[in-house]
Design a protein around this ligand. Structure first.
Ligand code: 5GP
Ligand code: MG
Length: 204
């Protein structure tokens, strides 16, 4: 039986070791380069909740595996799965094509080492952003090759005017103009993924 205080919070034992160095959040000393906010934290929260409702409605009778594409979709994955009250498996694979530069895509490298068996399952591929479409369309093919029953796609962002491959995402958070965006999982040179909003680096 878990003991609870008057507010209903569980009486958990926090050892001193847990607090070493971080009894409180330190003042924010790290200041990012100037970033123009494109989509706020609140807008993202509301839209991700809506996407969760849609996915719930569509999969209420079909056991789902969400396959998140690392690394950019980690924040979206964490927020989205908590909006989906269904039996749900979560899996990851890694795909990368951008090597530091902001706009030039290289060859796609894929690591499926941690991907569980998806044969016979409904798969929803989750990515941060749909740009040219090469990543998602390649991975849709990979999931089908692995015997997935039905493969759908979900992205937080879709860039207008950049797509080279015909692919309609089944779920899309926001359509954005053609700019290099960072935050909420998206990086520039492996930084800025932890910003809670979507922004554009202001290099002006
Ligand atoms: P695609 O294959 O659709 O051209 O590219 C998809 C991948 O490119 C995304 O998963 C993402 O990692 C990266 N990407 C595309 N556009 C942007 C962008 O504006 N910002 C960042 N940080 N990554 C992007
Ligand atoms: Mg990516």
């Amino acid at each position: 039986m878990i003991k609870r205080d008057r507010q209903g919070r569980a009486d958990v034992n926090v050892t001193a070791a847990c607090f070493v160095g971080t009894p409180r959040r330190p003042p924010l000393l790290w200041v990012p380069a100037p970033v123009e906010v494109l989509i706020t934290q609140a807008q993202i929260r509301d839209r991700v909740a809506e996407l969760g409702r849609q996915i719930e409605a569509d999969y209420h009778d079909r056991p789902l595996t969400i396959v998140a594409i690392l690394t950019g979709s980690i924040v979206l994955l964490a927020d989205l799965i908590r909006e989906i009250q269904l039996p749900l498996r979560v899996a990851v694979l890694q795909a990368s094509s951008y090597k530091g530069a902001t706009t030039i895509a290289g060859k796609l490298s894929i690591n499926e080492d941690f991907l569980p068996d998806v044969a016979g399952r409904d798969v929803l591929l989750l990515d941060d952003i749909l740009d040219t479409g090469h990543t998602l369309s390649t991975l849709v093919g990979r999931m089908s090759d692995r015997g997935a029953l039905r493969v759908r796609t979900a992205v937080l962002l879709r860039k207008i005017g950049r797509q080279q491959v015909q692919l309609e995402p089944d779920y899309c958070g926001f359509e954005i103009p053609d700019a290099f965006v960072i935050g909420y999982g998206l990086d520039f040179d492996d930084d800025y993924r932890h910003l809670p909003y979507i922004g554009v680096l202001d290099n002006g």
